[in-house]
Design a protein around this ligand. Structure first.
Ligand SMILES: [Ca+2]
Ligand SMILES: [Zn+2]
Length: 389
């Protein structure tokens, strides 16, 4: 008994001396073991906090390395083929790159200006169109610039900085005279005005190539009919490229196959991601010669599909059978804005407004009504032989 008591006493003495010499550390030591099962979770939850911090650090270098390509240049180009709010085929294309707004043609009727402005104002917030391109003197391309007593025209609505239009015309129509009057008023108000020929020749302050953003340019092409007479007004169309690095987008207005042939001969045309279908998909444009040269990936047709506005021959209604036969050999990615209907409106959206946009060089298409391909539309299935591609 005495021996046990003595051993107990010694143990108590050792315990006390440990507490006094190591103090709290010893108690903590005891604690750690006592709470061994509850404390580790606390310890293991802390490292995660530490390991989430490195990701934040590692995401920072990418931000700095991607910075150059992100800067307005290749990332924000969008090209909008507008529906024009009526049953008449016409052209108006809105192009946006950063703060630069470009309007190409202004629709088929004076009141098209309302539809164009309602759309453009969603993107253009400064009331200024940096570039206005007017391809040729036909009503279905210039009516909206003029406007009427009840509808303000494009020139009256926007500050237009640089106007580029057709060097030649045979036109003597009232709408053409009105266009000239409104254009000249805009020039008197401070706009610069050049013909496409002045641009091509870099004359009188005009430029063949305009830099729109870093690595993105507007390039005026040479059309033989800038300087030579044609009995076909369409041949006078201003032709140009939007170049975005290796991506090229071609616009030829209503240029016909003869003009296309000369365009190929007199320019060095690149492979084009996008081609705005020549002359609304007419059988007289978008020739094999041009298609062979540019091998387009995406083709956008601005027309009221199946309308008898210009012909009763179903084969030749926009987009024509000949156009479909030729273009289908190159691509299925063909989009069409509107389609004729029997109701009061006389038209409905097919794809609707077609938006071709490019982010980081990646080009995509999205449309206001449907993203479906034209070849899969009911109308095409009924009225066109699409062919094999
Ligand atoms: Ca602007
Ligand atoms: Zn036209």
């Amino acid at each position: 008994m005495k021996k046990k008591k003595r051993i107990l006493g010694v143990l108590i003495a050792i315990l006390f001396s440990l507490v006094f010499t190591t103090g709290c550390q010893f108690l903590v030591f005891i604690d750690i073991f006592n709470d061994k099962t509850t404390e580790p979770p606390v310890v293991t939850t802390e490292p995660p906090i530490v390991t989430t911090e490195p990701p934040i650090v590692t995401t920072e270098p990418p931000t700095t390395t991607t910075e150059p390509p992100v800067s307005v240049d290749t990332d924000e180009l969008s090209i909008h083929f507008l529906e024009l709010g009526n049953r008449y085929t016409g052209d108006s294309v809105y192009i946006k790159i950063g703060d630069v707004d470009i309007l190409v043609d202004a629709g088929s009727r004076k009141n098209s200006a309302d539809d164009i402005a309602n759309y453009v104002d969603r993107y253009c917030t400064d009331g200024t169109l940096e570039y206005v391109i007017v391809t040729h003197a036909h009503q279905d391309h210039i009516a909206g610039f003029v406007g009427s007593s009840s509808v303000e025209g494009i020139f009256d609505r926007y500050v237009c900085e640089t106007i580029i239009d057709f060097p030649r015309t045979n036109a003597d129509s009232v709408i053409y005279e009105d266009y000239i009057e409104k254009r000249d008023a805009e020039v008197a108000a401070g706009a610069k005005h050049y013909t496409a020929l002045e641009c091509y020749d870099n004359e009188n302050g005009a430029q063949r190539v305009y830099e729109l953003a870093e690595n993105v340019t507007l390039e005026i092409l040479y059309n033989y009919y800038y300087e030579n007479k044609s009995s076909n007004e369409n041949e006078y169309s201003v032709c140009f490229l939007i170049n975005q690095g290796n991506n090229h987008y071609l616009f030829t207005g209503d240029l016909e196959s003869d003009g296309e042939k000369k365009l190929i001969e007199l320019n060095n045309l690149p492979h084009c991601v996008l081609f705005k279908a020549g002359h609304h998909g007419s059988y007289t444009a978008t020739s094999y010669a041009l298609l062979d040269e540019i091998t387009p990936e995406i083709v956008c047709v601005t027309c009221v599909c199946g309308s008898d506005e210009y012909t009763d021959d179903v084969d030749n209604m926009f987009p024509s059978q000949a156009f479909c036969s030729r273009v289908s050999a190159y691509t299925d990615r063909v989009y069409v804005t509107s389609i004729a209907t029997d109701d009061d409106k006389g038209y409905a959206s097919l794809n609707g407004t077609i938006v071709v946009s490019s982010k980081g060089g990646e080009v995509s298409v999205s449309c206001s009504a449907s993203d479906g391909l034209f070849k899969d539309s009911q109308w095409c299935l009924q009225h066109r032989d699409w062919g094999e591609s």
